[in-house]
Design a protein around this ligand. Structure first.
Ligand SMILES: Cc1cc2nc3c(=O)[nH]c(=O)nc-3n(C[C@H](O)[C@H](O)[C@H](O)COP(=O)(O)OP(=O)(O)OC[C@H]3O[C@@H](n4cnc5c(N)ncnc54)[C@H](O)[C@@H]3O)c2cc1C
Length: 245
């Protein structure tokens, strides 16, 4: 049984207008695998407790530090607290790392197909940051197909674009479902089978696929991947909760 521990928030910064990242210092944290999460527990002065899961956004190998990225759910209980109240210096109760099948390390090889909806990109970013560490020639090929409402909602945009520019083995495809900036040359619709076919054709048949985001997004994308003919056991999914759409 994992013990609850206390970590310290050492930094907090906005990623997009609706997401914020937090760097936690957690001295007694076991090594983790990209894709894993932590549970966060909040306790009110009257003793009421509530907990939520948050994926680790950083790659292993940063010592006692991990990053989390939290999307604001306006009528939510925990995410508004992170956005409005939590700041550097605060103590946070957590347990982890947690999670088995939805993990990937370079030793598992590739090609690697990652499909994200909204904040579902967080655990996939941990995988990509892990993949990007070390020798470029030894990195398995990877593609990220990432669906957001509009360009301002694309979390880690600068880092992802830079990763794609510096590494021919990483293919970044963005789709903006609600609004596109002038001159947009990415996709402009919900993820569909022809979009997945494009990405897979460029990647060559993926060995591992990871799909993460709102529940209905994950269900529809995994059904499309099966329809495309990928074996069920090669597809791993993580559902973050109801659709934000
Ligand atoms: C394994 C796992 C990993 C997760 N990792 C992350 C992460 O890295 N970053 C992150 O931001 N969230 C992540 N989540 C979602 C997170 O745990 C919370 O569910 C989310 O922050 C909402 O909590 P809340 O207390 O603010 O809202 P709640 O009080 O739980 O819910 C308020 C309202 O919002 C709806 N709602 C709940 N969750 C969502 C959602 N994800 N999208 C849209 N509507 C929702 C509820 O149905 C309800 O109507 C993860 C969830 C799981 C299961």
């Amino acid at each position: 049984m994992l013990q609850w521990q206390t970590g310290t928030v050492v930094a907090a910064w906005p990623e997009t207008p609706r997401t914020k990242s937090f760097r936690l210092s957690i001295p007694r944290f076991d090594a983790f695998r990209p894709g894993q999460r932590v549970d966060i527990r909040l306790t009110a002065p009257d003793g009421y407790q509530t907990q939520r899961s948050y994926s680790i956004a950083s790659a292993p190998g940063t010592g006692e530090f991990i990053n989390l990225t939290v999307e604001l759910i306006e009528d939510g209980e925990v995410s508004p607290y992170f956005h409005d109240v939590v700041q550097a210096g605060d103590k946070i109760e957590f347990r982890g790392p947690i999670g088995g099948p939805f993990t990937w390390t370079k030793a598992q090889g590739g090609p690697l197909l990652l499909v994200a909806g909204g904040s579902g990109v967080v655990p996939l970013m941990s995988m990509l940051r892990h993949r990007a560490s070390g020798d470029i020639a030894a990195r398995p090929r990877a593609a990220l197909l990432y669906s957001s409402r509009d360009i301002s909602d694309v979390i880690y945009r600068d880092e992802l674009v830079q990763m794609a520019e510096e590494d021919d083995g990483f293919d970044l495809r963005l789709t903006l479902t609600r609004q596109q900036p002038a001159g947009w040359d990415g996709y402009a619709r919900r993820v569909d089978v022809s979009m997945l076919q494009d990405v897979i054709a460029n990647l060559t048949e993926p060995l591992h696929s990871y799909v993460c985001g709102p529940t209905d997004f994950v269900e529809s994308v995994s059904a499309l991947l099966l329809e495309h003919g990928l074996p069920m056991q090669s597809i791993r999914t993580e559902r973050f909760g109801p659709s934000g759409t």
